[in-house]
Design a protein around this ligand. Structure first.
Ligand SMILES: Cc1cc2nc3c(=O)[nH]c(=O)nc-3n(C[C@H](O)[C@H](O)[C@H](O)COP(=O)(O)O)c2cc1C
Length: 332
């Protein structure tokens, strides 16, 4: 029998449980952009209460990016000091942490919003170099790895999507070609630093002519072949698709994905109670599950679940935290 609190291994990372606190905006910095004591406190509560792995909030590449206002920037003066403190705090509890990089737009130097069809080879190389540099900075700050968000509607998700990418060079056309921009980044990171590389991808796309579930599995294989260490599923519509009463929508697809690749897969979205999470673990091949909003509602709720052997999050899924782009629960 699998249990969310099993100690386990996620690729090269040793986890205290199967639960991943997934990427969650903070948007609560002091003047000058430095982290507040409340943020350190939150990381400590999350790490000390039974979480297996933490993914940071989004770090943007560029201060003009779409979510920059809510995300954090790894180029601010205090980044190294602040995040060394964050990684030290969570490592005290033997919890690994990944820095999440996600960008919606890309500025190639000529065009702040250059899209997949327009970006030239020099722009692709600049983008790849910036992502590799971000991984290096995360490693200096003590992160155990990087999670590159190539899901939702972020730049690399659009780049690998035939709906957006009609290039006729080696970065367009086949799945391999559309994923190449990301595969090459992963190969460089894996061959030059000791960092876990996790890729957050979409299991499908709602657009006609976009990614199908079969192609998403082919994308995951490409990423695995390039050296990715884990895959996390995401989807913009997940909160609306799943009301918790029916089978998790990703479950129709996730076992096929897990069978097709040899790296761990993290399933997430709308998990709110221990019993149904354990049901999913024991009625599928899923081994890792992620949560975000329950940690916003109560950062250390897992301690109660662990002590009681059961539990239901107080999160009502009102989504106000998401709408306001804050790690603050507006209900409690
Ligand atoms: C306040 C808030 C901030 C979020 N910030 C991020 C983020 O920085 N990066 C990311 O990939 N997803 C982010 N998300 C999406 C979550 O990671 C997650 O996919 C989504 O909330 C569904 O999971 P849940 O039902 O467990 O909340 C955020 C969600 C919320 C509610």
């Amino acid at each position: 029998m699998k249990d969310i609190f099993d100690e386990c291994q996620l690729g090269d990372l040793k986890l205290n449980s199967r639960i991943v606190r997934t990427g969650t905006w903070e948007t609560e910095t002091e003047e000058g952009g430095f982290l507040t004591p409340a943020i350190y406190d939150r990381y400590e509560k999350i790490a000390s209460s039974g979480t297996g792995l933490i993914v940071s909030e989004i770090f943007a590449l560029d201060h003009k990016d779409r979510f920059f206002e809510y995300s954090t920037n790894m180029n601010y003066r205090g980044f190294m000091k602040d995040y060394q403190m964050v990684t030290d705090i969570v490592h005290k509890y033997n919890v690994p942490i990944l820095g999440q990089l996600a960008f919606f737009y890309y500025d190639d130097g000529d065009n702040q919003k250059v899209e997949a069809n327009e970006i030239q080879l020099e722009g692709i190389r600049k983008l790849q170099a910036e992502v590799v540099m971000a991984a290096k900075k995360f490693s200096f700050a003590g992160f155990d790895g990087i999670q590159i968000n190539m899901g939702n509607n972020f730049y690399l998700a659009r780049f690998m999507n035939p709906y957006f990418n009609q290039r006729d060079d080696k970065y367009g056309g086949s799945t391999e070609n559309r994923v190449r921009i990301s595969s090459e980044i992963i190969k460089v990171i894996k061959s030059t630093m000791d960092m876990h590389v996790s890729c957050r991808i979409n299991p499908w796309d709602v657009r006609k002519g976009g990614i199908t579930a079969d192609e998403s599995i082919a994308i995951a294989k490409e990423l695995e072949n390039a050296g990715a260490d884990s895959i996390q599923l995401t989807a913009r519509t997940i909160s609306y698709l799943y009301d918790g009463k029916e089978k998790h929508p990703f479950l129709v697809y996730v076992d096929d994905l897990i069978d097709a690749i040899d790296i761990p897969v993290i399933l997430g979205g709308n998990s709110r109670d221990m019993k149904s999470m354990n049901d999913i673990l024991n009625h599928s091949e899923v081994e890792f599950m992620s949560m975000s909003k329950p940690f916003v509602a109560q950062a250390d709720f897992l301690a109660d679940w662990k002590a009681n052997g059961e539990g239901v999050s107080i999160c009502q899924s009102c989504n106000n935290c998401y709408s306001k782009k804050k790690s603050t629960c507006f209900k409690y």
